[in-house]
Design a protein around this ligand. Structure first.
Ligand SMILES: [Zn+2]
Length: 163
């Protein structure tokens, strides 16, 4: 939920569907805060010369405004921010250690894009046997067909609950 993806002026704007999930995501975060549940922001973070820019325009470069969490979301003091350089939230991050340390068994996933970072991270979660719920109103994609396919694939192949 970073400025380069969610703001129309961002470097890799994911579209109006993506903007449309912001109120849902905000509500979920507020609910988690109220319930005392752990909120983790998985944030794309790239070096200027990142190889990912062979596939996508430069975005979420470390230290730029585009790499910041959008202003609409309430980031709590207890929340964790995990920076990641690839699609999966597990790639060269402490995510698994964080989940284990906090004795997390079930993870709810929201964000963009459904077919890219969401699906790769959900795959990482399911391969590690975490229970996963993906909110169809809380995820979005550039491509509506990829979005629909990814929700189906995460349900049928990864065994994620789609809500
Ligand atoms: Zn990226």
């Amino acid at each position: 939920m970073l400025k380069d993806f969610l703001y129309p002026t961002g470097r890799l704007y994911c579209g109006d569907k993506a903007r449309g999930i912001v109120p849902f995501v905000r509500q979920k975060i507020e609910d988690f805060h109220k319930g005392g549940d752990l909120v983790i922001f998985l944030c794309d973070s790239h070096r200027k010369d990142d190889r990912e820019f062979e596939l996508f325009p430069p975005h979420c470069v470390e230290g730029t405004a585009g790499a910041e969490i959008i202003d609409e979301l309430p980031v709590g003091k207890e929340d964790l921010v995990v920076k990641k350089g690839r699609y999966s939230g597990f790639y060269e991050t402490d995510l698994d250690a964080i989940l284990k340390r906090n004795r997390i068994s079930e993870v709810e996933v929201v964000g963009v894009c459904t077919s890219i970072c969401v699906m790769d991270t959900v795959g990482g979660l399911r391969n590690r046997d975490y229970r996963v719920r993906v909110y169809s109103s809380g995820v979005a994609d550039f491509d509506p067909q990829f979005h629909d396919f990814s929700l189906k694939r995460m349900e049928k192949i990864y065994g994620a609950q789609i809500g």
